[in-house]
Design a binder for this molecule. Structure first.
Ligand code: NAD
Length: 483
């Protein structure tokens, strides 16, 4: 099988914040890869727009360096980079003032798809939206891409939605959550909704529980000031983990179209029960030896912000009544690993003398560091030892079966930017979804703030605070290993 790349139509993409970290690390190397794959053609134009004063040549030099630093080793061919740089332009712009806007207007070609990527701090989203309109740059068919964080709580998210809605319709707004752009996340939908095998078992009757873990080994890095005002709940759970939860738990949409899918995700968020404070464990990585702790990293010796959170939540609907969903995310943990695990119940009757919980079917969807999908099935251990059971993983990524087909797997940002150009919002969050997620998150945060809850310390390189282990232990369950 040979992979098919269908070029997207010619477009103008303006990257506000085109000199920033995200643009250099993800957006521009990603566009370069799509260019090499033939999906972005030489007719496209990518316009960096940011505060720094530089010309096209200076910008191209910066982007070349970014591709060298952050692009894949196989994408470093000079001719390919040169050709890509040809489609780049740069306009110095002030989001809060008038400088640069006329020049930008002159760069945007009439009659093409226009996309504006807001890769700047959220404080500038409103300014950009307003100026795109007042300078007559955006039209009915323009799209805007907005980065996280989308609000800090329900009130700020509502205000942001309202500001954007003054200038753009919902069908023009692409709220990006790069977890949704991952190949495996989409494969999860295919596995669920294109097979008859899983859906009959996908409910409280057959699923014991579901775990979603997003663990990283890094600390807050240079983002300490931002992170300390946010914490793991706002930075990770409200968006990424919640989106994964929705895809796992939603009802089959009637068709694979943006609103049908997002309607179902919204229903899941709205059906989430408030979380009992006893089912939340917050943690902060502690200093050890030379290694600074969270409080040193953010420069606040009294910070009460969590760098780790584990919680148990429930979805009150017919499908999931009584099934716990355990969510866990944290920094400076043992390994970088993101996984969704659907843990099925025991077979109803043990004819091989197996103990309860000893052999279970587990569907594990790995998102990081390597994407993949495995189904643990119990079989007889081969050999003369009688009827001994072992669990073996069935690889459902089917990498070998598909051969060449999977050589060109776009990364999450690449796929999502191509979806923006194609005008497909399926993998982007709708305004009401984001608000519903905050409506569930806000009371949880308010609860621990009111109680003056102090996060539990945990060791760097561990799996989080002991209390998180105990939370599952009390339920007679165990966290999946972080490896
Ligand atoms: P950054 O600070 O590295 O870059 C900010 C960019 O905005 C620069 O290009 C700067 O010139 C431009 N800018 C700032 N003020 C401006 C103004 N008044 N007028 C015009 N341009 C202005 O930030 P970043 O890390 O690239 O993040 C950008 C956005 O993406 C933020 O909202 C961030 O939360 C989000 N985000 C970043 C990452 C990441 O990995 N860096 C990941 C997820 C989300």
């Amino acid at each position: 099988m040979v992979s098919r790349v269908i070029p997207v139509e010619p477009f103008d993409l303006v990257i506000f914040g085109g000199t920033g970290d995200l643009a250099r690390r993800k957006i521009l190397p990603g566009l370069h890869r799509r260019f090499l794959a033939g999906q972005v053609t030489a007719e496209a134009r990518i316009i960096g727009a940011a505060r720094s004063q530089m010309d096209d040549a200076g910008y191209r030099k910066m982007v070349r360096a970014a591709i060298h630093e952050f692009g894949a080793p196989e994408d470093q061919d000079k001719a390919g980079i040169d050709a890509f740089l040809e489609i780049l332009r740069y306009v110095p712009i002030d989001a809060r003032g008038e400088n640069g806007w006329q020049e930008l207007a002159a760069h945007v070609r009439p009659g093409l798809v226009h996309a504006y990527y807001f890769s700047v701090g959220p404080g500038l989203f409103g300014d950009l939206a307003e100026r795109l309109h007042s300078h007559g740059i955006a039209d009915e068919n323009s799209r805007i891409v907005v980065e996280k964080p989308f609000g800090h709580d329900l009130e700020s998210a509502r205000a942001l939605n309202a500001t954007l809605a003054e200038h753009f319709r919902e069908c023009q707004i692409y709220r990006i959550d790069h977890y949704l752009g991952k190949e495996t996340v989409q494969n999860l939908m295919a596995v669920r909704f294109a097979n008859i095998l899983f859906e009959p078992l996908w409910n409280a009757q057959y699923v014991d529980h579901i775990q979603i873990t997003v663990a990283v080994t890094v600390g807050v890095g240079g983002r300490g000031a931002y992170y300390d005002k946010s914490g793991a709940m706002r930075d990770m759970v409200q968006n990424h983990l919640m989106q994964l939860l929705c895809l796992i738990a939603m009802e089959p949409p009637s068709r694979f179209d943006p609103d049908a899918v997002r309607d179902e995700k919204l229903k899941v968020i709205r059906a989430l029960e408030p979380v009992d404070p006893h089912h939340i464990v917050r943690g902060q990585y502690a200093a050890s030896g030379e290694e600074p702790g969270y409080r040193e990293d953010v420069g606040d010796p009294r910070s009460l912000t969590e760098s780790f959170i584990a919680l148990r939540c429930h979805i009150s609907n017919w499908r999931w009544a009584g099934t716990p969903f355990y969510l866990r995310t944290g920094k400076k943990l043992k390994a970088r690993s993101s996984e969704i695990a659907v843990v099925f119940k025991d077979a109803p009757h043990a004819i091989f003398g197996q103990d309860a919980g000893q052999h279970r079917n587990i569907l594990s969807i790995q998102l990081q560091p390597n994407e993949g999908m495995m189904l643990d099935v119990t079989i007889k251990e081969p050999g003369p030892g009688g009827m001994r059971l072992i669990d073996v993983p069935l690889d459902m990524t089917f990498a070998e079966a598909l051969g060449e087909e999977i050589e060109d797997v776009p990364d999450a940002y690449e796929r999502l930017i191509m979806d923006v150009i194609r005008g497909n919002q399926t993998l982007f969050m709708r305004g009401d979804e984001v608000e519903a997620a905050w409506a569930w998150t806000d009371p949880i945060i308010e609860g621990w703030e009111a109680r003056g809850d102090v996060p539990k310390p945990y060791d760097v390189g561990s799996t989080g605070p002991e209390d998180a282990l105990m939370m599952l232990h009390r339920d007679g369950r165990r966290w999946r290993e972080i490896k």
